[in-house]
Ligand binder design. Structure first.
Ligand code: 13P
Length: 251
């Protein structure tokens, strides 16, 4: 059966020292807790190796926020999936809307990133979601379908089984405008139906689909109560240990 997951995405926040302090605080407040979900923190590249050491012995797992679309070589400033794996991180966020928008990551680039993450034994957390204009034109289903077909529906059923999906409506990210539980559940059920069509019911039932976009301690419970919402990908509220813990406690 699929896992419930609460994953943080720190984005471009926290110096190394601040990140270590946050990870340490989270480890401390989770020490006696037995979360009913997997807990992941997604950190900038430079934090990975240190944060992996900090959270050792706790329930917390670590994710990168991106990886290169090339294996290795003369790509100044890039960080490969193999390098991420060598830090001890287990997950890698791929296809976040901020990467698609600001760094022009196309379906083909993302397809390559997913392939390289899997080849290096990292579990992709693959993000999809429509922008405001697309939702207003009622095109959200078509957009999400194209994003899946463009970058992950090429995978074998076995490889698809290793990825986590995150539905993040772009209009809800960092805006305080959360999707309603009904809107999110409707989309998650649609995504699961697409997976079932492509890979069969069993693969679809086993896929964790997270919601992201202004998810916080006040709305997490209402979102996570839905049958197809298997947790959250949390931006702003993952930057404070107590706020993040409150979302974990929603399960
Ligand atoms: P916020 O929770 O800050 O809206 O960000 C969501 C997000 O983009 C997580 O990847």
């Amino acid at each position: 059966m699929r896992k419930n997951i609460v994953a943080g995405n720190w984005k471009m926040n926290k110096t190394l020292q601040e990140g270590v302090a946050l990870a340490t605080e989270l480890k401390t407040i989770l020490a006696d807790a037995q979360p009913n979900c997997e807990v992941i923190i997604g950190t900038p590249f430079i934090h990975l190796a240190t944060v992996v050491e900090v959270v050792k012995g706790s329930v917390i797992k670590v994710s990168a926020e991106n990886c290169a679309d090339k294996e290795s070589g003369a790509y100044t400033g890039e960080v490969s999936a193999a390098m991420i794996k060598s830090t001890g991180a287990e997950y890698c966020i791929i296809g976040h809307s901020e990467r698609r928008t600001y760094y022009h990551e196309t379906y083909d680039i993302l397809k390559e990133k997913v392939r390289l993450a899997l080849a290096n034994d990292l579990k992709p957390i693959f993000c999809i979601g429509e922008v405001k204009e697309e939702r207003e034109a009622n095109k959200q289903n078509a957009v999400v379908k194209a994003q899946l077909e463009g970058s992950v529906f090429n995978l074998s059923a076995e490889d698809f089984g290793k990825i986590v999906l995150a539905y993040e409506p772009v209009w809800a990210i960092g805006t305080g405008l959360t999707a309603t539980p009904e809107q999110a559940q409707e989309m998650h059920a649609y995504i699961r139906s697409l997976i079932a069509e492509k890979y069969g019911k069993k693969v679809a039932e086993n896929c964790s689909i997270l919601y992201g976009g202004s998810c916080n301690s006040s709305n997490a419970k209402g979102l996570f109560a839905n049958p197809d919402i298997d947790g959250g990908l949390i931006g702003g509220a993952s930057l404070k240990a107590n706020d993040f813990k409150a979302i974990i406690d929603a399960f």
